[in-house]
Design a protein around this ligand. Structure first.
Ligand SMILES: NC(=O)c1ccc[n+]([C@@H]2O[C@H](COP(=O)([O-])OP(=O)(O)OC[C@H]3O[C@@H](n4cnc5c(N)ncnc54)[C@H](O)[C@@H]3O)[C@@H](O)[C@H]2O)c1
Length: 381
């Protein structure tokens, strides 16, 4: 057992010094000292790349100015790559790393088009590579607790779901004649494809509801408000799940004063569960005929296995970094076990995978298709 591999190495594409999510990935990965950043193509701008090498302690010989070159040169040398670029760069970069036999973690939405996402899923499976998509909210311990409580039947059969993702980051856009901030590539179809808010935030909710309840969406109808801009900024959706239950989602990036709120309410025949990302360590649990109670992460009264997944004692808040770290914890465990020829457990594979990515892209396609066709029902296949 002495030769057992205990650490992996990784590269990053995107995530320069000014970028948002790359830094979150690096910090989240560093919470479990099992992965070392050794190479990168951190920016499409050469000078920024060089600055990153110094700041991230990456040897200059392993900084690349083209992701495809990085994939070829690093094949067989790194255990995985983290892709933290804008949406339009995900597909080509993920594809070239897969083709070079490298496991992938990619940001969401996985691709701009469903056929691209399906192609990535096919290549990953053909090559037997691990592929995670950073739908990080399912990394929160209390979301795992809800999933296990629902699977055990604690709230009975699900009869109704209500979920939203609210933020106000693009409200200023409504008073601009032209888009002036070039860094907000999200609202430009060249870089974001057919959807902004639904692809960016809505797919998180689509994934989280599926993760927690196990239910798939059968069909949906939607409105998508653009307020005269190029892409959706506020979406309202009615859904029908495969068990016949209905749900309602609302995603907005023009919701003044809402701080990346994700609110999830799940109602069943015997009870209900409610979770808010602004208080991620708490779940409101009600059993029919009894007073509702608040369950706290790592606190009393949680008797499903996920109750033991908290990293710090009850009362000290865990948060977004730890949710991402939990995605990586399982993903890296799976890589290490494969390297050590050990069998993988369901827990090792408890991370949003490439099929989750495909599902997200199909979801925002259906939402935009419905909205463009007078909110007619659209089946999801
Ligand atoms: N999971 C989440 O909660 C979450 C949160 C925020 C963003 N995201 C996703 O992360 C991705 C990046 O978002 P962001 O907010 O960090 O964007 P950003 O604009 O802040 O950063 C993008 C980074 O990609 C780099 N880049 C662009 N083109 C490149 C190329 N061709 N090669 C190499 N690097 C390139 C830029 O230099 C920059 O470092 C998006 O897909 C977004 O949807 C996910």
């Amino acid at each position: 057992m002495e030769n057992r591999k205990k650490q992996v190495t990784y590269g990053m594409v995107g995530g320069d010094l000014k970028a948002l999510i790359g830094e979150c990935h690096r910090k989240a990965i560093a919470l479990d000292p099992r992965a070392k950043l050794v190479c990168g193509c951190f920016s499409a701008i050469d000078e920024l790349n060089d600055e990153c090498a110094e700041a991230y302690h990456v040897d200059k010989s392993r900084v690349y100015y083209d992701a495809a070159e990085m994939a070829k040169k690093e094949a067989g040398k790194i255990d995985f790559v983290s892709i933290c670029t804008p949406n339009f760069v995900h597909y080509s970069v993920a594809k070239v790393f897969l083709e070079n036999g490298i496991n992938v973690v990619c940001e969401k939405p996985l691709t701009l088009k469903p056929e691209e996402a399906e192609e990535l899923a096919r290549i990953a499976k053909e090559k037997n590579l691990l592929f995670a998509v950073d739908y990080c909210y399912s990394g929160y311990v209390m979301c795992k607790v809800m999933k296990q409580m629902i699977a055990r039947g604690d709230i009975g059969d699900i009869i109704s779901i209500n979920a939203d993702y609210m933020e106000g980051c693009f409200l200023p856009l409504l008073s601009e004649k032209e888009q002036v901030n070039t860094r907000i590539w999200r609202t430009d179809p060249k870089y974001s494809g057919i959807s902004n808010t639904c692809a960016d935030d809505g797919t998180h909710v689509e994934h989280l509801v599926h993760y927690v309840t196990g239910l798939k969406v059968r069909r949906l109808l939607a409105t998508a408000d653009t307020f005269g801009k190029k892409l959706d900024l506020n979406d309202n959706i009615i859904l029908e799940y495969e068990n016949g239950a209905h749900g309602a989602y609302w995603f907005s990036q023009v919701a003044c004063g809402s701080p990346n709120e994700i609110n999830l309410r799940i109602y069943g025949t015997k009870g209900s569960l409610e979770w808010h990302q602004t208080h991620p360590d708490e779940v409101r649990f009600a059993r029919a005929g009894e007073a509702a109670q608040i369950l706290y992460r790592s606190g009393d009264g949680i008797d499903v296995p996920a109750g033991k997944l908290g990293r710090i004692p009850y009362g000290h808040p865990e948060g977004y970094y730890i949710a991402i770290a939990n995605v990586y914890r399982n993903f890296i465990s799976a890589i290490l076990k494969r390297c050590n020829n050990e069998p993988l457990t369901d827990d090792d594979l408890d991370f949003p995978n490439v099929d989750t990515g495909v599902s997200g892209v199909k979801f925002f396609y259906a939402v935009i298709e419905s909205a463009k066709n007078d909110s007619r029902w659209v089946e999801i296949k």
